[in-house]
Design a binder for this molecule. Structure first.
Ligand code: ADP
Ligand code: ZN
Length: 751
């Protein structure tokens, strides 16, 4: 008989590009019976045989080896940390997103460095009354008596706490254990990320008729097409969360797990609080602000089935559920669902894949669905259900548009028009609260010289510096460079003007207009510290703050019934970006923030200030007319060959030498044009190649060029093949070593 040799193919836990392939190792006899794909192992690597962690992707039996193989040193897991489905997804992700295997694996498996913390628990062996009887028998040992009495009160306690409460030493507890009166056990000491979250009860309301019908509709749909997605299109305040909770409750009763994605978890403590209030400790959270230990503990809790409902931002889509039954993506249209780091995945795409592999159901929800998703729903690729009324019975707020050009004509150059100030007075006078949106942080947008026109720019980046008044500094929002504010123009030495307006300046103006009221600001600068979002929102909830002013952070998901006025200081901030999604984003932002008003008993009002009242995104958002907006927008997408009619891919080249970067981009574009012609495509008609400097052309002294690829006549898979050939397989020949290339197969922001 020929001797079979058992080998494993592993991916090393190392990010170096050159190590991104499978390595073969032999499996020594003592490990052969229990090693399987998906386990972590320790392997010797390199000349020095340094030990590295690695993931087993496959096991194989071979007859002989062409070269001597090293042996694995140790197996680190009893059970695989990656299931067969997850291994399949890892392989898929490396191809779809041009990422390294280890980057895809790390989405699923957190670092195990923090280990599991243990604590010693002491428990009565019998019932509390047994304990008391035993205590009576121990007349000569008063300390042991005290211990038993403590435990009779609370039958299971951490050893430390028990010793403190009973005033006892360890030896007395051990003596009781020897007698068989108490049991001592090690238990995992969980690091709970929600430990500081205030616990509330969130009882189930009676569903509104609309909610009940929607749920029925969803069930009927899944009876026929169990694998098809559902889009829940519900106006702001229509009670989508309650629909999600019902679906999750049913999933739970079938003994299956649910994942609920939210755009950004630190902005939605209310959502987490409600889920905890309804489902208790079965809720786990996963997000990037967790400590390594918290993340690992939550991961174990999910794997063991102790936590069955996972809430988190896009990365929570990788939660290690044992039996995934339901995935919900709330505020589906948000751009945060797309990762801007490798792997550059979109949570919706991963959710689709997971739902198919694991037979889970997928629900997307939004008041302003993305144009791509709504297009699919209208073309019956997913089921559309709608909520058209507010759950609490109120109406959508009335919107007043203020043309800022009129204000300027009347000599008012601030961002506070007369109608807005009047409405604020009214709202505060009635004891209500207001939310003001200005999607631009800092004080002045930029600093320029009114005489020579010089604008102060970052010396490392191609972008203007922003003035932060409180700290009295100029900051670059790209690289973080900051320096003191100059008083005179560095070019002509005349005094400088501080132009534009951000949240800080608006806050200051507001304080002078309403000196009696409390005002709070919420933006990236005000929320640097962990937990600061929560603190600001809690203060606002207790009504100790009258006006909350902030960037888009305040637009999402907040539900405060006492807010009756929303002011949008400048609706056009996002409108003029060179991005084909600029109108869509503006429409979504206005609708979302307007939806914060009038969620309680009193009617809501919105004052929308703009320089472009005639723009369709502004006008239709003011009229809360999603349907008309969609139909206008989809025509433009079709006309200009944008998604959903085409797919985009963006390649970004960066390097220290601008000429080299530009020439490389052009060379690659030519290479693609050549390949297209070889396959009888036309590079102009079938694929649009647009090499050119990026919108922000220089960051941290490195120049950036982008190549935008748009499929018109070719398939996306052909495009991917071409990009892989030129920029992955032939990378070393094509790209100078000092340059980097980033391939984004689904760019959300075109630059
Ligand atoms: P959405 O996510 O659709 O904007 P929410 O889920 O935040 O809306 O619900 C808006 C408000 O309506 C919340 O305060 C919620 O508690 C309340 N609500 C939802 N469903 C019901 C119901 N069936 N009965 C009473 N109140 C409800
Ligand atoms: Zn900079």
């Amino acid at each position: 008989m020929i001797n079979q040799i058992l080998i494993v193919q592993v991916i090393l836990d190392h990010y170096h590009e050159k190590l991104d392939h499978l390595f073969d190792y032999m499996v020594p006899r003592q490990f052969q019976s229990h090693i399987t794909a998906g386990m972590r192992v320790l392997v010797p690597f390199g000349k020095s045989n340094r030990m590295l962690e690695a993931f087993v992707m496959e096991t194989a039996e071979i007859q002989e080896t062409t070269h001597p193989l090293k042996e694995i040193h140790q197996i680190l897991d009893e059970q695989p940390v990656l299931s067969a489905e997850q291994l399949q997804m890892v392989r898929w992700m490396t191809k779809a997103y041009f990422c390294r295997s280890i980057e895809a694996i790390r989405c699923f498996v957190p670092s195990h460095r923090a280990g599991q913390k243990k604590k010693t628990m002491v428990q009565l062996a019998g019932s509390p009354s047994d304990g008391l009887t035993q205590a009576q028998g121990l007349t000569g040992a008063p300390v042991q008596q005290r211990i038993l009495c403590c435990l009779a009160d609370s039958p299971k306690m951490p050893l430390k706490k028990l010793m403190d409460t009973a005033g006892a030493g360890r030896s007395s507890v051990m003596a009781l254990a020897k007698k068989g009166y108490v049991i001592i056990q090690e238990e995992s000491d969980r690091r709970d990320p929600l430990a500081t979250l205030q616990r509330i009860d969130y009882p189930e309301p009676t569903l509104s008729q609309e909610q009940a019908l929607v749920i029925e509709d969803i069930h009927r749909h899944w009876k026929h097409k169990p694998s098809q997605e559902v889009l829940l299109h519900g106006i702001t305040g229509s009670g989508k969360t309650e629909v999600y909770m019902q679906l999750i409750k049913e999933t739970l009763s079938n003994n299956r797990d649910s994942i609920m994605l939210v755009p950004e978890i630190s902005l939605t403590p209310q959502m987490v609080q409600r889920f905890r209030g309804r489902f208790g400790d079965q809720v786990a959270v996963l997000h990037s602000h967790l400590s390594e230990g918290e993340r690992l503990d939550e991961w174990h809790r999910i794997r063991s089935g102790e936590a069955r409902i996972i809430i988190g931002p896009r990365s929570a889509i990788f939660a290690p559920c044992r039996d995934l039954g339901m995935i919900i993506i709330d505020e589906e249209h948000e751009s945060t669902y797309k990762s801007e780091q490798s792997p550059r995945y979109h949570a919706h795409e991963i959710a689709l894949l997971r739902s198919r592999l694991e037979k889970a159901q997928l629900v997307l929800g939004s008041a302003t669905p993305s144009v791509e998703v709504y297009h699919r729903a209208l073309h019956h690729e997913m089921k559309l259900v709608q909520l058209k009324e507010r759950a609490t019975g109120g109406f959508l707020p009335e919107v007043t548009i203020v043309d800022l050009r009129d204000e300027v004509r009347h000599g008012n150059c601030t961002l506070f028009s007369k109608p807005l100030v009047d409405s604020l007075r009214d709202c505060l006078g009635q004891g209500h609260q207001a939310i003001l949106l200005l999607n631009r942080r800092a004080f002045a947008t930029y600093v320029n010289c009114l005489h020579c026109g010089h604008v102060i720019q970052c010396e490392h980046c191609d972008i203007t510096m922003k003035w932060h008044k409180k700290e009295k500094v100029l900051k670059c929002h790209y690289c973080g460079t900051q320096h003191a504010t100059p008083e005179h123009c560095p070019e002509c030495e005349r005094p400088l003007a501080y132009q534009g307006a951000g949240t800080q300046r608006a806050e200051e103006t507001l304080k002078s207009l309403f000196p009696e009221n409390t005002i709070m600001r919420m933006d990236q600068d005000a929320t640097r510290l962990k937990g600061s979002h929560q603190a600001i929102l809690e203060q606002f909830a207790t009504k100790s703050v009258d006006i909350l002013i902030g960037t888009q952070m305040i637009a999402k998901g907040l539900d405060f019934p006492n807010v009756t006025l929303v002011g949008i200081l400048l609706a056009d901030t996002s409108l003029n970006l060179p991005d084909f999604r600029a109108s869509e984003r503006t429409f979504q932002l206005i609708t979302q923030v307007a939806g914060r008003a009038g969620r309680g008993a009193a009617a809501g009002k919105v004052v929308l200030q703009t320089y472009q009242p005639e723009h369709y995104a502004v006008d239709l958002a003011a009229h809360q007319d999603y349907e008309r907006f969609y139909h206008l927008e989809i025509q433009l997408r079709s006309q200009f060959h944008y998604p959903p009619f085409t797919r985009l891919m963006q390649v970004t080249f960066t390097g220290p030498d601008e000429r080299q970067v530009g020439e490389t981009a052009v060379k690659i574009a030519r290479g693609m044009a050549y390949m297209l012609e070889e396959h009888h495509y036309s590079s102009i008609k079938d694929i649009v190649l647009e090499p050119g400097p990026a919108l922000v052309n220089k960051v941290e002294n490195r120049y950036r060029y982008t190549l935008l690829l748009k499929t018109a006549g070719v398939s996306f898979s052909f495009l991917k093949k071409m990009v892989k050939y030129l920029l992955v397989d032939k990378k070393e020949q094509q790209i100078p070593a000092e340059m980097t290339v980033v391939i984004d197969p689904d760019p959300r922001f075109i630059q």
